[in-house]
Design a protein around this ligand. Structure first.
Ligand code: AGP
Length: 601
């Protein structure tokens, strides 16, 4: 939700900021703006819509070597130019960009800013006005910033320019992600490293309730009491090429294609010197000590968690529950005596999941995070962590992170089973290598999957995916993917549940796509397909070669071990959604109303 950037150095800031914002556009794209500071003062450019629209209105004659920028996903105030960031203080001295939500903005406004005319409907403006109010009252800027940040409740990643000080960008962070990038004679600020990867690979993490005084040559981190903290930069493990689309028309398609390679990379990363899949022994011990695992996640990561539950229960025989983060926060279930919490998050920044992490840590329970982003908040704050090694995922719709999450969950299940002395009926690395090949074979069937999308989804406003057991969880993800990128209303249902109500929605031509990869439920799901077909549904069966297939099935997946079928199903479900989105002329990589990193609750 919203992306922010900042630059202070010797080069043209506007170009660097605009490029950085383009890289961050996946975080929000309803309006954008930059503020440049030079000897003439602060120059603000903002526009409704995408970064391309902003680029058109930035005056190339304004030269500056420092500035801040923002791409917005609106929370307070409709998306328009007036509410776009940066926001300025009443006198115009200060300009601010902000990612997060100031929950007590109304009470702060009433208490401190009654005489100040506000120019936007945002919570953010309160912060910049408060800073100016305290400075006018005689405080130094740093002290005013710290005082303001002590007063605000909620989440913020902010960067602030002061017209009176062209040597410094002021930065603050609480709950929302923010990094400082370190270069030779310059520094950058960014919501994540992908934004500024063209400038530097060296980044410094910031913790909650910290500020940074950033100049061309130094970064001074302090807490809100002014106590200095020292922290060295780390090197990010990807480079600029990983964030580029190359010859692909969309990131989503590129990221779908990358999945076999990601799986192979994961096998290498988690293979020990004896050639076995292995998980950190501290994690295996934590699992052994637990009497129940609680997986907590949102959206696609939640769907990966549902598959993970099946794997952990069936392979390692450990009872596992899966919870939606935003529900768990206030609707906390009765917990077992010795729970272990597993957080799954591509971004590692999802606010709903982080709220649960903070809560269960306070309760004293051990936590493990599975994430794609090293150094992210959920990564840092959990007791144990496992990386997804999927490389930067830029398309808003998650694809390669989803399959990486399932793969890593299967590693956990396998390691836990082995530590309990449970014999496996398969050789993990061997089977998962087959899975990578099977994924490749499905990727090669793009033309056929495009045809399925054309045939089933070109004129419809709704669609159903049905499955049983592990295929049901695949259907939930298939429906989410279709909804978010093509805007076709789609639901994933347990095949047996349809007749208890939802079947009323089936009419002539309603598309119903069934996944059937498990022999024990093949006949029952085929009966469900018959039931809807009799009522007019236009049905499509996706089965598995030599396991559940029949001659007339529309798609037959290459055979893999029954535990790993969701990894292969992921390819057609993602490609069907992708092609349906193209047919509907949707913005595949940046679907409306969505953002990649959901950093507000
Ligand atoms: C996936 O396609 C979504 N855009 C969304 O559901 C996402 O999975 C969810 O917001 C969770 O994000 P996270 O994995 O970064 O925590």
């Amino acid at each position: 939700m919203c992306g922010i950037v900042g630059y202070i150095g010797n080069q043209d800031a506007s170009d660097i900021l605009l490029k950085g914002l383009s890289n961050l556009e996946y975080r929000g794209y309803d309006s954008a703006g930059i503020a440049l500071l030079n000897a003439e003062g602060v120059h603000i450019f903002k526009e409704k819509g995408r970064i391309a629209a902003l680029r058109n209105i930035v005056d190339p004659n304004v030269r500056a070597t420092m500035g801040i920028g923002h791409t917005r996903w609106a929370t307070h105030g409709e998306p328009n130019r007036r509410n776009a960031h940066p926001h300025q203080s009443a006198s115009g001295r200060f300009a601010i960009v902000h990612n997060g939500v100031i929950e007590n903005f109304a009470s702060l406004r009433d208490q401190y800013l009654s005489g100040v005319p506000l120019r936007s409907d945002t919570d953010t403006e309160i912060v910049v006005q408060l800073i100016e109010c305290f400075v006018t009252g005689g405080m130094g800027v740093e002290a005013a910033l710290r005082k303001t940040l002590k007063l605000v409740e909620g989440s913020y990643a902010i960067a602030l320019l002061d017209r009176e000080n062209p040597e410094m960008i002021y930065v603050g962070k609480n709950k929302s992600p923010l990094l400082i990038g370190v270069g030779d004679g310059f520094h950058v600020v960014a919501s994540d490293a992908t934004a500024m990867i063209q400038q530097t690979k060296q980044y410094v993490e910031l913790m909650d309730e910290e500020i940074v005084l950033l100049t061309r040559d130094s970064y001074v981190i302090k807490d809100l009491d002014g106590k200095v903290k020292r922290r060295k930069p780390y090197t990010v493990s990807f480079d600029a090429r990983d964030t580029e689309k190359g010859a692909y028309p969309h990131y989503m398609l590129k990221e779908i294609d990358e999945q076999p390679a990601v799986l192979r990379r994961l096998l290498q990363k988690y293979e020990d010197e004896t050639g076995h899949l292995s998980v950190d022994s501290a994690i295996t011990r934590a699992i052994q000590n637990a009497d129940r695992l609680y997986i907590v996640a949102c959206g696609t990561s939640y769907h990966a968690g549902l598959v993970g539950k099946q794997l952990i229960e069936q392979i390692a025989q450990i009872p596992t529950e899966v919870h939606i983060s935003s529900e768990f926060s206030y609707n906390t279930p009765l917990l077992s005596k010795k729970p272990l919490f597993i957080f799954i998050s591509q971004s590692g920044e999802t606010a709903d999941s982080r709220t649960v992490l903070v809560k269960v840590k306070k309760m004293g329970y051990p936590t493990l995070t599975l994430t794609n982003v090293e150094g992210s908040t959920l990564y840092r704050e959990a007791d144990y962590k496992m990386l997804l090694y999927a490389g930067p995922e830029i398309a808003v719709a998650s694809t390669k992170a989803y399959t990486a999450q399932i793969a890593v969950l299967s590693f956990i299940a396998i390691a836990a089973a082995e530590s309990k002395g449970i014999a496996l009926d398969f050789e993990p690395i061997h089977e998962l290598s087959f899975v990578a090949q099977a994924m490749e074979r499905m990727i090669d069937q793009k033309a056929q999957l495009k045809e399925i999308a054309r045939n089933y989804l070109s004129v419809t406003r709704n669609a159903f995916y049905i499955g049983r057991g592990i295929d049901y969880y695949v259907c939930m993800e298939a429906a989410l993917k279709l909804k978010e990128v093509s805007y076709i209303q789609a639901e994933g249902f347990a095949g047996g549940e349809l007749k208890h109500g939802t079947i009323a929605l089936i009419e002539d031509g309603t598309p119903v796509l069934a996944f059937t990869t498990q022999p024990n439920v093949n006949n029952s799901i085929r009966s469900n397909v018959q039931e809807v077909s009799t009522r007019g549904a236009y049905t499509c069966i996706i089965s598995m070669e030599g396991v559940t297939d029949k001659p007339d099935d529309q798609i037959v997946l290459p055979k893999v071990h029954r535990f790993f079928t969701p990894l292969v199903c992921a390819i057609p479900l993602q490609l069907i959604a992708y092609y349906a989105a193209l047919q509907n002329e949707c913005d595949v990589d940046k679907p409306r109303n969505l953002a990649k990193s959901v950093t507000v609750e």
